[in-house]
Design a protein around this ligand. Structure first.
Ligand code: MN
Length: 141
């Protein structure tokens, strides 16, 4: 029994912004094996440079980054691709109560805490993508 083939055009494109090489490779591996197309950026500058060419379907963004912190990077990412609704999921080791709400209030569409859960990561990202798509089809109240 073989899985149905996935055409390249059907694969969602995820940009990962992460300065920790081990975390980057783990997240990229899990998403690629989950059927996503992945672009890697090790800092905000690299992420912004790549966004001019192509808008990803979703961005996974580490909060603690050199130079441009994830919180500062968030609006810049949306500006760079000309879409203020670009879905951006924060990934951070912050574990304090309230951080999740704070990140969402700052404009992130979701939040995942490190260490990421290898069994669940691709499914979690897929769920965020589904939610983002769903919002587009929701009629205005
Ligand atoms: Mn980091």
């Amino acid at each position: 029994m073989t899985a149905s083939p996935v055409r390249a055009s059907d694969r969602s494109h995820v940009l990962i912004v992460e300065d920790n090489a081990a975390n980057m490779e783990l997240m990229a591996y899990l998403l690629e094996h989950g059927g996503f197309r992945v672009t890697r950026a090790r800092d905000g500058e690299q992420a912004l440079a790549g966004l001019g060419a192509e808008r990803p379907d979703l961005v996974v963004c580490d909060v603690h980054l050199p130079q441009i912190d994830g919180r500062l990077l968030l609006p810049l990412l949306r500006q760079a691709c000309g879409d203020r609704r670009l879905p951006v999921i924060a990934v951070t080791a912050l574990a304090m109560i309230g951080d999740r709400d704070r990140l969402l209030a700052e404009g992130f569409d979701g939040y995942l805490s490190k260490p990421i859960e290898p069994q669940d990561f691709a499914r979690q990202i897929r769920a965020f993508l589904g939610r983002a798509d769903g919002e587009d089809s929701t009629p205005p109240a």
